[in-house]
Design a protein around this ligand. Structure first.
Ligand code: NAD
Length: 294
């Protein structure tokens, strides 16, 4: 329930536009880009996310394969599968669904993925490329936020962007993308003092924390654009559980534009995975052509 006048920046139309572009680019390649998703164990959320990603790949004209490995898979077996996928020229994107079971260390697995097939953008080479302002596969949620802002014509260059949250998946890479897009960027986090004073300085405020309604109207400058990344399950007044964001609904009375939860940033993440897979396929193709031309 929103009370104000902020424009609603809905995710689905922006996500469809990203997918339409990715599909058109995929259609121009000699073979449809192939995304391989590896899942270990049966965490219900992961099962559902992976199903959604594979379904969307099909809709976008991409090929996808899911490797569902048992919970007890040894780390060495997972690393061996990643090595096989790296070496397979018919595989363009590799995504290892997180979280992994406790007995598997995440870092060595993420670092084993060929950076040019790393469609989640978590390999240190891609993190380094992003932060040095070079073309990189960037994590899907922040890249999706950039695509969403572009879709709705929200200018970023020269504007003050405050990102609340410094996670590897959202806050940090978004800061790198915003810098690359010429924004002036501040990253706030759990140890930030006087958060409200900082958030009030934002032309574009991004909340990526995971705390329901942390951002209240007094923390937002009139006319700011507010991007709500948070997904929080709460029990409403009706006693039913539902999803809500990090931004209080009354912020709609202050902001000029606001993303809803659900139906805002969420759909952008999966759409961007398709865009990243096409980008990875294009990189590999131009890399291969580069080799031939040398
Ligand atoms: P995370 O737990 O890894 O990071 C949370 C960040 O918030 C940390 O950097 C922490 O320093 C900061 N923080 C915690 N309490 C704070 C406070 N009181 N004030 C200021 N900063 C504080 O979480 P994440 O993976 O970045 O996810 C954040 C939220 O976004 C979650 O709700 C998650 O479900 C959601 N999310 C949504 C999508 C999507 O597709 N829409 C994708 C990823 C994450």
């Amino acid at each position: 329930m929103t009370t104000g006048t902020a424009t609603r920046l809905a995710g689905p139309p922006a996500a469809e536009a990203v997918i339409a572009t990715a599909s058109a680019q995929a259609a121009g390649l000699p073979t449809p880009p192939h995304l391989v998703i590896v899942r270990v164990g049966d965490d219900p959320a992961s099962v559902s996310y992976v199903r959604g990603k594979a379904k969307k790949a099909g809709e976008a004209g991409l090929r996808s394969t899911v490797h569902a490995l048992p919970e007890a898979t040894p780390q060495a077996d997972l690393l061996a599968l990643v090595a096989t996928l790296n070496a397979d020229p018919d595989v363009h994107g590799i995504l290892v669904q997180l979280p992994l079971p406790a007995h598997i260390a995440e870092e060595p697995v993420l670092e084993a993925i060929d950076p040019d097939k790393d469609v989640d953008g978590l390999h240190p080479v891609n993190v380094g490329r992003l932060w040095s302002g070079r073309p990189a596969l960037a994590p899907c949620t922040p890249a999706g936020i950039m695509a969403m802002l572009a879709h709705y014509g929200v200018a970023v260059a020269g504007r003050r962007v405050v990102i609340v949250g410094r996670s590897r998946l959202v806050g940090r890479p978004l800061a790198g993308l915003m810098l690359a897009a010429d924004a002036t960027v501040t990253v706030a986090h759990s140890r930030t003092r006087d958060l409200a004073a900082i958030t009030r300085s934002a032309d574009i405020l991004v909340a990526a924390v995971g705390r329901a309604h942390l951002i209240t109207p007094d923390m937002v400058a009139p006319g700011a654009v507010v991007i709500d990344v948070g997904i929080n399950r709460v029990v409403g007044e009706d006693g039913k559980s539902h999803l809500t964001g990090d931004v209080h609904p009354h912020v709609a009375a202050v902001a000029s534009a606001l993303t809803p939860v659900p139906g805002g940033v969420g759909p952008m993440t999966v759409a961007q995975l398709m865009a990243n897979t096409v980008q990875a396929a294009e990189r590999q193709r131009s890399g291969a052509l580069g080799e031939l031309l040398r």
